[in-house]
Design a binder for this molecule. Sequence first.
Ligand code: NAP
Length: 275
Amino acid sequence: MTHTLNDGQQLPAIGFGTYPLTGEEGIAAITSAIEVGYRLIDTAVNYENEREVGEAIRRSGVPREELVVCSKLPGRHHGYDDAVASVRGSLERLGLDRLDLHLIHWPNPSQGRYAEAWRALVDLQREGLVTSIGVSNFTEAHLRRVIDETGVTPAVNQIELHPYFPQEEMRRVDAGLGILTESWSPLGKRQAPFTEPPVVRAAERLGVTPGQVVLRWQVQIGALPIPKSATPSRQRENLDVLGFELTDAEVAAITSLGRPDGRLFGGDPESHEEM
Ligand SMILES: NC(=O)c1ccc[n+]([C@@H]2O[C@H](COP(=O)([O-])OP(=O)(O)OC[C@H]3O[C@@H](n4cnc5c(N)ncnc54)[C@H](OP(=O)(O)O)[C@@H]3O)[C@@H](O)[C@H]2O)c1
């Protein structure tokens, strides 16, 4: 199963999140993820592990063209020239000559320069340094502004999305604009909803783990989850969710776990500033 982006590039159904994997242990975990079958690797300048991702790609021996490497532009690099230099820096640290996907990490509306950053990504895509360009943590207003100013619609919007924060409205907005929603913290991280009755019941019916139920829910709502695990057995488990199916009622019951305080990270939910 793959997703076809609005620019034609194909992405796998599940990606691998790499925060906070760093150092030799991080390289080992990311290499393992590629070896067990992940083909979309999610990093960011702010994770300070682009070198580790590049090294893991080389150690895995998997051909470069089989991998989708995604990084992200930090808020301090939103100026046009800074953004261009930032992407070149990411490529240098990764040891690659092209990024498959690059996202504006946060809109940081108080700085007011995300549209400038987007213009830089549009130009870098035209130059061929980045195959697909997208955003992260954008609201409908942020999306409409960058589309209005450049005529180029982001391919991806990567947002916090898990059963306690199912983002029904943003998923509708993304889908309406032809943008693929990627889910960060797809398992719900620390507050993983693994003991919630709808998750447990589906796991028992299907003979899978609660984590697999949550990731299958992600797939069935049309999102692309990027779970992180440093543990090879869990990496395998998280990838193995395409051989079973939740019923519509199970999907709805998991979506209804959403709650007003379901967002994982504190702060003002409307601020959309880098954390
Ligand atoms: N764009 C953004 O602003 C943004 C923000 C946050 C994160 N992200 C991206 O999203 C990725 C994933 O998010 P996340 O790391 O916050 O949360 P997550 O993937 O929902 O959860 C990761 C946690 O769950 C554990 N885990 C993984 N698989 C499990 C399983 N099958 N059963 C039980 N526990 C399991 C992991 O532990 P072990 O490692 O010990 O297995 C880890 O502690 C990040 O790595 C990063 O790439 C992006």
